[in-house]
Design a protein around this ligand. Sequence first.
Ligand code: PMP
Length: 370
Amino acid sequence: MTGIDDLPIRDELRGQSPYGAPQLDVPVRLNTNENPHPLPEPLVARIAERVAEAARELNRYPDRDAVELRTGLARYLTRTTGYEVGTENVWAANGSNEVLQQLLQAFGGPGRTAIGFEPSYSMHALIARGTGTGWISGPRHDDFRLDVDAARAVIAERRPHVVFVCSPNNPTGTAVDADTVLALYEAAQAARPSLVIVDEAYGEFSHRPSLLPLIDGRPHLVVSRTMSKAFGAAGLRLGYLAAHPAVVDAVQLVRLPYHLSAVTQATALAALEHTDTLLGYVEQLKTERDRLVAELRAMGCEVTESDANFVQFGRFDGPGGARAVWQALLDRGVLVRDNGVPGRLRVTAGTPAENDAFLDAMRAVLKEND
Ligand code: PMP
């Protein structure tokens, strides 16, 4: 039988497996950092209206530059961060994964390197590989905070073309402050200069203000965002970035023409009209996230400080490690994520009932292992 490796595939893809969490049909799914709230019915109705309008013109290609949508996103960012962002600062694509891919196509590529501080979002390394960009795995402190001195040293030594700073970081939940980003930005500019990408996919859930205002006067700094988490629209596939207009011009050199369908643009615009309701859900999720942290700590778990809509917890150093606890939770109908961080698991904040089910299952598992 012909397998992948029998194909004339690129050498660096041989023996690799695709990214993806198991999509198991269990009662409580807290494994992919999705928002547990379905979109509110008035928004569903508005999407239907706007998509119907778009459908009348589906014989035509969509607005290639997505100007109306980028203007709406710029307004949203200005309103929520207090930093004035214009249409020319914003670019949108099919999920922030595509935004990151376009950035690496434009600023990485063969003969170039990108660095991330791991454990972090594993797609950064995978998108690097897919775009022929070399990957450098940078360090973190043992408690998963970014180690600024070590990061500066490795940037100076390896001189990467692209630096990823994921804040809040997936899977650890840890966030960085503006001074940390500035320190890395300065190190990256002294070394090359290189492009610094702040991945703020979970920005709205943070206790800290957005790092977005740092793009001011820093044309090599990009902040990427998504509607998958805070807007509860993972199925929509809409990510975006804010940066100097020159960066927006640069990604247009590599984007496929008409990459963002008219249906996607119409749906995202409808979602933006309901920002207040959706941000209300974010507030509830932040409260639930803080409750998960507190209750897991009360059970004796070691819990990493979280600024995201998920929580990293452990330590499971017993027989079978984190994998055994993951399986024991699954046996009780609760799916969490094993990201391969030794002794740790990650749980996404769900509805209060889902979180209760998870906490009950955890108590039972810990009692059993006692
Ligand atoms: N960045 C981070 C840190 C993420 O965790 C994710 C999704 N899990 C993404 C980017 C990509 O999200 P999307 O493509 O849905 O916008």
